[in-house]
Design a binder for this molecule. Structure first.
Ligand code: NAP
Ligand code: G4F
Length: 345
């Protein structure tokens, strides 16, 4: 019989890639969808025809119990979150509720539906619902060492990072308190053509496409010196799945081990279309964050050795993939607009 997975955050970047990956592996995949009419649900339903949906919200404990009970999953991937870091200064309490307490609510739903009250003798986790938590390199924040591994201490710099640290520790606590098979993937930044337009790589690739077509001239960015370890989302969802296939639960850092600045990202993206980034990028001090994470770099030795995981797409390829996708889209929109304006009704 095929395995069944429940994904929160299925309408997001990672949720879409993970759903495709699991369906490709023969899973029956259910996505948690929230709201009475979520347009992102309609889009993902079109993109991934085999995907099924169950209603629920990370803010609502009862809905999560009902969803887990209805689906009876073998694996739960908790990817749902308010994932844009600056929003966590604007709406700190909401972000804490969704990204922090929301993790507790999913764990409780699993515990209640499975009747899990204490660790079983010998730590046997067979037959349990397995749980994956989307932890973040943002927890390392003001880094105490480089590169960062599973043993590096956390120093989060945003309410987002603090909430993720709570989600991380409550997952560990349910493993220790109830013997639950719960793991956290500490994932470094990962991007794709499906990345939200508010994140810096996609903001750049979208602007490059518009500038190339003469539809825009300037791109405003914040801190150009910020350094990230950027990988491809399609590579990272493979690591999520592998983490839940191990004999015993453990947490893993996932990243490429390569560092690039925002300036590098802009330069590479503009080069993809033969333009000079310095002629178009302007710095807007209003986009600089109250407390910045200056630099992040992953030590993924454990994921590579124990999970056999390797990233396949490098940073230059990733930026090219995003720029080409946005350029194709922008050209289609432009040509469609031209066709409509020339049409006779
Ligand atoms: P994303 O594209 O922003 O997707 C976020 C998802 O969370 C959306 O499906 C959204 O659903 C859902 N969501 C928001 N509030 C919710 C709520 N109250 N109840 C249920 N679902 C809710 O994020 P992503 O890039 O795919 O990231 C996936 C996860 O990995 C997140 O937890 C993020 O914090 C974490 N992470 C991401 C990265 C990265 O670089 N991408 C790195 C480390 C960790 P709606 O459509 O309903 O809004
Ligand atoms: O693309 P970003 O907004 O991603 P950030 O803040 O690193 O967070 C992402 O990765 C985390 C993992 O480390 C996830 F947990 C989180 O959910 C999210 O997916 O910003 C990257 C860097 C920052 O240092 C920011 O200050 O780019 C800098 N930056 C410079 N100009 C900008 C801009 N970021 C954005 N979004 N927009 C700018 O104009």
């Amino acid at each position: 019989m095929s395995k069944r997975a429940l994904i929160t955050g299925v309408t997001g970047q990672d949720g879409s890639y993970l759903a495709e990956h699991l369906i490709g592996l023969g899973y029956e995949v259910w996505g948690l969808s929230r709201g009475q009419a979520n347009p992102r649900k309609d889009r993902i339903a079109q993109l991934i025809p085999g995907l099924r949906f169950v209603d629920g919200d990370l803010m609502d404990q009862g809905s999560l119990v009902s969803a887990v009970d209805a689906v009876q999953p073998d694996e739960v991937y908790n990817l749902g979150a308010i994932s844009f870091v600056p929003m966590s200064w604007q709406q700190a309490e909401l972000v804490t509720e969704v990204n922090g307490t929301g993790v507790l609510r999913v764990l409780e739903a699993i515990r209640l539906v499975s009747g899990l009250n204490k660790p079983s003798a010998g730590g046997d986790t067979s037959g349990q619902i397995r749980f994956y938590q989307a932890s973040s390199s943002e927890m390392f924040g003001k880094v105490v060492e480089a590169p960062q591994s599973e043993s590096t201490s956390f120093h989060p710099r945003s309410p987002y990072g603090v909430a993720k640290a709570y989600g991380h520790y409550i997952t560990l606590n349910y493993r220790e308190s109830y013997g639950m098979y719960g793991v956290s993937g500490i994932l470094f930044n990962h991007e794709s053509p499906r990345r939200g337009a508010e994140f810096v790589t996609r903001k750049i690739s979208l602007a490059v496409a518009q500038i190339k077509l003469g539809l825009q001239d300037r791109l405003s960015l914040g801190n150009l010196d910020a350094v990230r370890d950027w990988g491809f989302a399609g590579d990272y969802v493979r690591a999520m799945h592998l983490m839940l296939q191990q004999d015993s639960p453990g947490d893993y850092v996932v990243g490429t081990g390569r560092m690039h600045s925002v300036r590098d990202a802009a330069r590479i993206a503009f080069e993809c279309v033969g333009l000079d980034w310095e002629e178009h990028v302007v710095v807007d001090p209003g986009l600089v964050r109250p407390a910045e994470v200056e630099t992040l770099c992953a030590d993924s030795s454990n994921a590579r050795q124990e999970l056999g995981w390797e990233p396949e797409v490098d940073f230059a390829e990733l930026m090219r993939m995003m720029v080409e996708s946005d350029l194709n889209q922008a050209q289609l929109v432009r040509d469609y607009g031209a066709m409509l304006s020339g049409a006779r009704w």
